[in-house]
Design a protein around this ligand. Structure first.
Ligand code: FRU
Ligand code: FRU
Length: 490
């Protein structure tokens, strides 16, 4: 790969597949991630987007409709997926699962109060209302069910974080999600580290002409807790990330079910564990830095990985960890909501990350990042000029990020317009609205953004601006009916 003037060349990645059980972890290197800055326009003025248009989600207007009729805050969302990798409708209804929280809470307080909720709407409707036409169905789990797995019941907060849902045998649902207990003092500090666990629960889905409902979900199966060998634990770092299970079958390994999830490399917080391989520079690259130079800046506090596990029983309640499939040591601290997406024989790992979780010396937009290879464990090639950026929110890397609750006056108003992008069949992408606007005029979201579409062609992933209106589709549009291309089930 050619270097952009003033920047290092990205790392060479072969895309070669390894056995899923093999001890090979692809690296999203600093040389790769510095391509983000290399493609940012240093002349982009205040409030302009500095990133290439073809990798940028079109700007979302501020006057968005709310899909829940102001009943709940809505963020991370996913569909029902079935055994043939489709997003099926169920008895004529489309169903989506979302993290929800009470609107009496501030939007930024949602993470410690999140519950799994669901929405439904009629499938095959040509003209829908602007808000997507969803009916909020309420919470998925019976009261107290997701907290029951914790031996230490003295938690201050107990919450449900992201995952995925599969339908089996007609109407059997298995929900894979993150059950979380917090043990906090009144001042918000940790009495002991929070405890996130990957959990599965089984229920049944029902529908009649009036709507959709669910039963069951009383038994909760604790699938995996971070092990400290591949996946960092709370004892190693009280701020560790371990969540967001997504299960799928790999056509190359029939009869097995795998799971990807968000983790961190299993070092103690602050350990100077980054290596020259994590840097990924070609020998003699004039813009290289050593691992020590990166760590002297503090980059080793950002140690994300994407985990892999394999199911040990048919009920998918027992799992075994495999080595991570991707690490982002000294690059970024969070590779969230990972998913495996298969198209034209290629395997894409998509994962979301924040501008604010990049390591010192690296910068890039909020959005979804993509890595392509020949199998679920590969020497993954980061898409788009070696950077990894698949679809970013508009951002100006010449100015500080600000935060969703205090946007920077010079930032593009779309910097925090969308997050938690989930890639669906045919390249459709849904996400939720966080904040739209700049310091003097911004609104918080809490509902789903317009769906957009990506053209996914090997290591080139670009926004389809012919989709919808200048690239923006309908609000909260999560259609059923695609019977191809997402890695799912059998
Ligand atoms: C920032 C964030 C999320 C994470 C949560 C943890 O919004 O880091 O990615 O789920 O806060 O509290
Ligand atoms: C993404 C995320 C997920 C997590 C959830 C918690 O937005 O950080 O990783 O499950 O939000 O609210």
């Amino acid at each position: 790969p050619e270097a952009v003037s003033g920047f290092p060349a990205p790392t060479e990645h072969t895309q070669k597949a390894y056995d899923p059980e093999a001890d090979f972890t692809a690296k999203w290197t600093r040389a790769d991630a510095r391509q983000l800055q290399a493609m940012s326009d240093p002349a982009a003025a205040s409030r302009e987007n500095s990133m290439p248009e073809e990798y940028t989600m079109p700007t979302v207007p501020q006057d968005f409709p709310d899909m829940s009729n102001e009943e709940v805050w809505v963020w991370d969302s996913w569909t029902l997926t079935d055994g043939t990798s489709a997003q099926p409708s169920f008895k004529g209804w489309e169903v989506v699962f979302s993290l929800v929280a009470d609107r009496k809470l501030g939007f930024d307080d949602r993470h410690t109060y999140a519950k799994l909720g669901y929405f439904f709407r009629k499938a095959d409707v040509a003209e829908r209302p602007e808000d997507g036409g969803w009916t909020y169905g309420g919470l998925v789990f019976p009261d107290g069910a997701s907290g029951a797995i914790f031996e230490d019941q003295s938690f201050s907060h107990q919450t449900e974080w992201s995952g995925s849902t599969r339908i089996f045998d007609g109407n059997k649902l298995r929900i894979f999600y993150t059950a979380v207990a917090f043990y906090r003092n009144d001042d918000g500090s940790n009495r002991k580290p929070y405890d996130p666990r990957l959990v599965q629960s089984e229920g049944r889905l029902f529908a009649d002409e009036n709507g959709v409902w669910m039963t069951g979900f009383r038994d909760q199966h604790d699938m995996l807790q971070a092990d400290g060998e591949y996946y960092q634990t709370g004892a190693q770092n009280e701020f560790f990330n371990f969540r967001d299970p997504f299960t799928f079958e790999d056509p190359a390994h029939p009869g097995k079910t795998y799971m990807v999830f968000e983790g961190n490399s299993a070092f103690a917080r602050g350990e100077r564990a980054c290596t020259e391989e994590d840097m990924g520079y070609a020998p003699g690259d004039p813009h290289a830095e050593t691992a020590d130079e990166a760590m002297d800046k503090g980059a080793h506090f950002q140690m994300a990985n994407v985990g892999l596990a394999v199911a040990e029983n048919a009920a998918l309640t027992e799992w075994r960890f495999l080595p991570p499939i991707l690490s982002a040591n000294c690059v970024n601290d969070q590779t969230e909501r990972p998913q495996i997406y298969i198209k034209d024989g290629k395997y894409y790992l998509f994962t979301i990350t924040h501008r604010g979780t990049y390591a010192a010396g690296i910068d890039g937009p909020e959005g979804v990042y993509g890595f392509v290879g020949d199998g679920i464990r590969s020497d993954f090639q980061p898409v788009n000029r070696g950077s990894g950026l698949a679809l970013g929110s508009p951002a100006n890397l010449n100015f500080p990020a600000g935060t969703p609750f205090a946007p920077n006056p010079d930032q593009h108003p779309g910097q925090f317009q969308a997050y938690s992008h989930y890639v669906m069949p045919d390249g459709l992408v849904q996400s939720f609205i966080d904040t739209i606007g700049t310091s003097d005029d911004f609104v918080r979201g809490g509902t789903l953004a317009p769906t957009v579409r990506l053209d996914i062609e090997g290591d080139a992933v670009t926004v389809d601006r012919s989709y919808g209106t200048n690239g923006l589709g309908e609000w909260a549009d999560i259609p059923s009916g695609y019977a191809h291309e997402i890695a799912g089930t059998s």
